[in-house]
Design a protein around this ligand. Structure first.
Ligand code: TXA
Ligand code: MG
Length: 318
């Protein structure tokens, strides 16, 4: 049995240690009013890649970006009128708002799964906000459970799921008062859409906005964000499993043997490849090329998520 991460009571000493670990790119589990989150520095691609690896997700699902003060949302996303009203009514609290990402948004493209929107949340639990403000950067934090298992609401749940190699420490703040993940509301379209129900209820949102909202699944909208039309795909065609690129193609290599201008990871390291993926796809999406040709990526560990994302980028355009 691998060793479980240490559980530390949340106090000023453990907060300082946790903030330092996060600044150095490591992962820390922490309590919020909804469920325990597994946090990484949202601006650090490598830390985000490690977070996906620890979660064991076969896909890059976009992560919720946690901020210490409602006003900090303005540094990351376009805050529209709906968001203004909801922030005033429900933040800090268990409501996540999906908004358009600012052009100069410092959050890792990988954390947002390459989308041009970001999910932002200002948690209600003071200890959580103290951790974010001590770290000094927004924190990406999915629920602190392995993919496919239920969300963790106690420090012991978290300890059962992760080893000390994956997670630096678990900050303990007792049982989560809500116990259910936050409500997720998409404010990027013509109508607000409830993507995930939670403690902030549909009718409270409708009363605040003085209008009806849609429920994902009510319409023909696909449920999983991975399927969303807005999901980033390069403008150029993408060709996969390419060993030798054609004339005029931009080649995205992987591994040491491949001499190429652009390499996901010369060392053949999947963590590094994940961290570089979205930035390199964007960099190569230039009309001076006819297509982007991508080298084969091993289909194991984080490679599963990288290949999932590449297959979406290469899929025929609708
Ligand atoms: O209560 C919570 O929200 C917890 C705590 C730790 O804050 N976090 C959490 O994160 O539940 P996670 O990663 O397990 O769930 C994130 C949800 C997913 O349903 C994801 O699809 C959605 O938020 N999401 C994130 N970014 C999105 C985006 N840009 N567009 C649409 N949905 C998004
Ligand atoms: Mg989850």
């Amino acid at each position: 049995m691998p060793e479980a991460p240490p559980i530390l009571q949340l106090d000023s000493a453990s907060l300082a240690a946790a903030a330092l670990a996060l600044q150095e790119g490591r992962l820390v589990a922490f309590p919020t009013e909804t469920v325990y989150g597994l946090a990484a520095d949202a601006t650090n691609d490598k830390a985000i890649a490690a977070l996906y690896a620890a979660k064991g997700r076969p896909q890059f699902n976009p992560l919720i970006i946690h901020i210490a003060e409602p006003e900090e949302a303005r540094d990351l996303v376009e805050v529209n009128e709906w968001a203004e009203s909801l922030m005033l009514a429900f933040w800090p609290g268990p409501l996540t708002l999906v908004l358009p990402r600012l052009k100069d948004c410092p959050v890792s493209l990988l954390a947002g799964a390459g989308l041009d929107t970001l999910a932002i949340r200002c948690p209600g639990y003071n200890g959580a906000r103290n951790l974010i403000s001590s770290t000094g950067v927004p924190l990406a934090a999915p629920s602190a459970n392995k993919s496919g298992t239920v969300s963790a609401t106690t420090p012991q749940h978290v300890a059962e799921g992760f080893s000390a190699d994956e997670v630096e420490m678990i900050l303990a703040g007792g049982k989560c008062v809500v116990g259910l993940e936050s409500t997720v509301l998409d404010l990027t379209g013509e109508t607000p859409v409830l993507l995930r129900p939670g403690a902030v209820l549909q009718d409270e949102i409708e009363r605040t906005l003085e209008r009806r909202i849609e429920i994902a699944g009510d319409t023909e909208k696909p449920k999983s964000p991975g399927q969303l039309k807005s999901h980033y795909a390069p403008s150029l065609p993408v060709r996969l499993n390419v060993k030798t690129p054609e004339e005029g193609e931009a080649f995205l290599a992987f591994g040491p043997a491949l001499k190429a201008e652009h390499n996901l990871s010369e060392a053949g390291n999947l963590l590094e490849a994940a961290a570089n993926l979205f930035a390199l796809l964007r960099a190569l999406d230039n009309p001076k090329y006819k297509a982007i040709a991508v080298a084969p990526i091993p289909n194991q560990g984080l490679g599963l998520a990288i290949n999932d994302r590449l297959e979406r980028a290469a899929a025929p355009r609708g």
